[in-house]
Ligand binder design. Sequence first.
Ligand SMILES: Cc1cc2nc3c(=O)[nH]c(=O)nc-3n(C[C@H](O)[C@H](O)[C@H](O)COP(=O)(O)OP(=O)(O)OC[C@H]3O[C@@H](n4cnc5c(N)ncnc54)[C@H](O)[C@@H]3O)c2cc1C
Length: 587
Amino acid sequence: MAQGERELAGGEPLTRRALIGRGAAAFAAVSLIPAFRIEPAAAAAECAPPSGFPGSIELYQQAFTNWAQEIVVEPLWSCAPRNAAEVVKVVNWAMGAGYRVRPRGQMHGWSPLSVAPGMTCRSKVIMVDTSHLDRISLRSSRPPVIRAGAGALMEDFLDFASSRGFGVTAAPAPGDITIGGALAIDAHGTAIPAEGERRRDGHTFGTLSNLVTALTAVVWSRQSRRYELKRFERSDPRIGPLLAHVGRAFITSVEMRVGRDQNLRCVSYTDLTVDELFAKPSSAGPDTRTFDSYLKEAGRAEAIWYPFTTEVWLKVWSVSKSKPASSRKVDSPYNYSFSDNLSLEVSNATSQMLLGDPSLTPSFGQLQMNATKAGLASGDAYDLWGKSKNLQLYVRPSTLRVTANGYAVHCRRRDVQRVISEFTRYHQNHMDEYRARGSFPSNMPVEIRVTGLDHPAHSGVRGAAPVSLSAVRPRADRPEFGVAVWFDILTIPGTGDLDRFYRETENWIYRNYSSYALVRPEWSKGWGYGPQGAWSDPDMFERRIPASFRRKGARRGTWKSDVAGLDRLDPYRLFTSPLVRRIMPRT
Ligand SMILES: Cc1cc2nc3c(=O)[nH]c(=O)nc-3n(C[C@H](O)[C@H](O)[C@H](O)COP(=O)(O)OP(=O)(O)OC[C@H]3O[C@@H](n4cnc5c(N)ncnc54)[C@H](O)[C@@H]3O)c2cc1C
């Protein structure tokens, strides 16, 4: 076997040609092996290596597959710098050679911010695996600030914090995403203050990007006429667009504020009906168990609503210093093994089954709900308690490979139930309309979470710059908007009518909420559903996104000037992909 070849199950040697011949599915399957790569000798036989690449840094080819396996790009020239200085070396080489540079985290996202389908090893793109930039250390203990390389995993970051008695109020559900990847898209969990709760020092109800106190990025120096490492403090206005740059920068390390850890309890409910939990505010009595009532009580909740089911899986987290008698103490994360312990084969078989016979969707929805109830019961997972990170991390890479759309709807705290009830009613009717025509465009659950907004003061830094491009950046002219409701509708990639269904949903969301709320897309998910599916609607790029960052009546918004700020830091636009260039055209 030649160098760089591996055996597929069937015994066929794993070469580039074999992969491409087998098509996207096989290609996706093997490229999910994290270590899978084609070493220089085998790679060069197919595609001339980029000339003049720094000899001290190993060059190889590696495939790129996004989470839902919708974006499967054949092996691209890649490298894994051992430190930030080597990243700078690669970037300066790329500038001279006319290459773009794409930092690569764990590829656990949906939107093609990194690469575009159709790229090949001949594309002038160098992928930079950040996994060696993984050091985590305590920068200061008063106030507590943790320094992390951008390639460090979220789970390692939270473990490090937890072992020193620190934590965050909310975090994204998966732990195997990189800090760099998470901050690029202002990653979030679910939390707003419960009734009477005050935000603790070092905590935010916004996104993780809002906890950054300083970061180091690779930026252009006009003096040296080279790309260099530069540290930006949170009080420097230039840091704003770097805090959540949507794929338009290269960050090598960050410093993040954390607070005293707060133990959490997480109670699952599976007996709440859609009618009750998502009731119209006007029809809800004082004892109705609405989503809002749980927010008042605990501030932290997530609804998982499987298709065509009348009951919802609601998780409610509450701050609880000591273990309630009925709770089970957990010492590690990922405590819902029934929902995220699937092999890729089982995941793919489920997809094939639903794509083959979409009419199974309603019964599959019910099956998922039944499996949830059974899994919670058999795993003794209805009522859990422990350190925050053990309750905040609950999605493993071995969960179903689905695609999702995503939006953040800013609103007044008192409008949360209205926002949720309107959305869920619309979704239910929408699904029923399609069902009547024999179509089932969404076969996976709807997820609903609620967070606060990114108030810069939460970072604890005086004069902190805003998280300029955050989906939950507050709008100065809408001070009454205190929270954001995040909606995701999940489905299996390739499901019939998916794009049309998502497009109708998106248009409804923008139309419905325009009178009393504000909508922005969730960067890592699907949005901008146009003629070519997600991320193709010109109106989203040209009007909806920039307008959402513009004060009413103002001629110019902040979007353009913040994008211009990123252009100044990278005038050669090395850190862009086709989608990033569409989101942020040259200013
Ligand atoms: C199952 C699942 C559940 C999820 N749950 C949540 C959730 O609860 N909350 C949430 O907010 N998100 C969630 N996400 C989305 C996830 O947080 C984002 O997709 C995140 O970007 C993934 O990080 P990654 O390391 O895989 O980055 P990648 O997918 O590899 O990269 C994402 C983007 O970040 C850029 N990037 C990566 N590293 C750097 C760097 N060092 N400097 C600059 N840019 C960089 C890449 O170029 C790319 O543009 C979920 C995703 C999955 C698959």
